[in-house]
Design a protein around this ligand. Structure first.
Ligand code: FAD
Length: 404
């Protein structure tokens, strides 16, 4: 059986390994000068390759996002899940470690993940054609495929498309796979940047640019709450960033024209208790300035911003701030509102939302439209939050397509 895989990233290499393990004659066509470039930039160069919580919380981390329903995700994860991933990589020679629930290579180098995949691809005699550009794909009468590239023509019995999305196109995933899928008759659901910073034109952001803070972020569409996420937010001149923001960005398309993020800067203290604490401070330190009154509650720049938004001068004596003023101040610390213009672009996105519609695939990720054609990885309209969920989808779908 001849299998040809277009795209030599995380999912394509995994598919190649599983396909070759069952005896197929496998070729990878990669248009970059090397395999797996994107893997090197994952997890800030450390590669967060999966997550221990994978099986438990599919609904939270996957299913509300893509076109596929929960059953589709469960099917994928049940066929190749957390344990399978750890065993697979251990078998390739990679030792792993955990930071909380997040799994990394023991070496803390994304390069190790890429290396062990490359070594196995080599050990299994998979043919790798780099800097190879596909020009045309035809299906022959006998059901096999004929691929024309700038490095020659190839026939194969099974064709796997593993070209990724168009997030971070500088790593090779330039979106050309969507055109290939379309030509082969597949529907592409709208492709948008995912896991990305959110842009805002709110002037006050410049005052807190660079600040990092623990916070609870809630995305609202006008007054309808879409989702909440707690973790570290980072403020920038032009918006908000950090893992919590990126996770929220995956749900931005559920909003209409006026998405707003409400930020609670001290989520773990009940609102009433915090107001009482400010009142107590005013009594204990009547001669202190308003600036000193908020010291130690939130980051200094955020404290100053909250005072400004509440209309309280920072040199105001604590004793002269009214109850109303303190309520207002507490309110701004508990609800800093950022108006969102939209997500950053594909260049800065970690993943893409949208892609090949999974309803056109069977359980084994084979096309219902073109038998013998398979898809794996981020080209599919499947995606997850930060935390190793997206690479997990690449390993899982790569393994399923490769085995099939
Ligand atoms: C900065 C960054 C950090 C990330 N960190 C993490 C993380 O820590 N954990 C996590 O789970 N996920 C992370 N991700 C997401 C994860 O990297 C992707 O979801 C995953 O790599 C997708 O795998 P893939 O095989 O589908 O696509 P890719 O890894 O993008 O591979 C696709 C390959 O196909 C090739 N290709 C494309 N088109 C063609 C064509 N027409 N012909 C030939 N070859 C083609 C590309 O050059 C590329 O090599 C991160 C992403 C980015 C950008």
């Amino acid at each position: 059986m001849k299998t040809l895989i277009i795209g030599g990233g995380a999912s394509g290499m995994t598919a190649a390994i599983f396909s070759a393990l069952k005896g197929d004659d496998v070729t990878i066509i990669e248009h970059n000068e090397r395999l797996g470039k994107k893997i090197l930039s994952t997890g800030n160069g450390r590669c967060n390759l999966t997550n221990r919580k994978l099986s438990g919380d599919i609904r939270t981390h996957f299913s509300e996002l893509g076109c596929a329903d929960e059953t589709f995700y469960r099917n994928i994860i049940s066929k190749f899940g957390y344990e399978d991933t750890i065993d697979f990589f251990y078998g390739l020679g990679l030792m792993t470690k955990e930071r909380g629930d997040l799994v990394y290579p023991l070496s803390d180098q994304a390069g190790s993940v890429l290396d062990v995949l490359r070594f196995k691809v080599r050990d299994l005699d998979v043919k790798v054609l780099t800097e190879c550009h596909v020009k045309d794909i035809k299906r022959k009468e006998d059901g096999s495929f004929f691929i024309v590239s700038d490095k020659g023509s190839f026939s194969c019995d099974k064709l796997i498309i593993a070209t990724g999305s168009k997030a971070a196109p500088q790593t090779g995933s330039d979106g050309s796979g969507y055109e290939i899928a379309k030509k082969l008759g597949h529907r592409i659901n709208e492709v948008r940047p995912g896991l990305v910073r959110l842009r805002s034109k709110d002037d006050f952001l410049r005052q807190v640019s660079g600040v990092r803070s623990q916070a609870l972020l809630s995305l609202f569409d006008d007054d309808k709450k879409i989702c909440s996420e707690e973790g570290e937010i980072q403020f920038t001149d032009h918006g908000i960033s950090g893992i919590v923001t990126m996770n929220i960005s995956n749900r931005l398309h559920l909003c209409g024209k006026k998405p707003v993020v409400h930020i609670d800067l001290i989520p773990n203290v009940p609102a009433e208790d915090f107001y009482k604490e400010l009142v107590k401070r005013r009594e204990s330190f009547p001669k202190r300035s308003a600036e000193d009154l908020v010291t130690g509650t939130v980051n200094k720049k955020l404290g100053l911003l909250s005072l400004k938004l509440s209309g309280i001068r920072q040199d105001t004596k604590a004793a002269s701030i009214s109850d109303e003023g303190l309520k207002n101040l507490a309110g701004h610390i508990r609800d800093l509102t950022v108006n969102i213009e939209g997500p950053d672009g594909f260049m800065d996105a970690q993943i893409c939302l949208g892609g090949v519609d999974c309803s056109e695939l069977d359980d084994g990720l084979q096309s219902r439209i073109v038998p013998g054609l398979y898809f794996c990885g981020e080209i599919l309209d499947l995606h997850g939050d930060c935390g190793g969920y997206n690479l997990q989808l690449a390993w899982s779908t790569g393994a399923i397509a490769g085995r099939a």
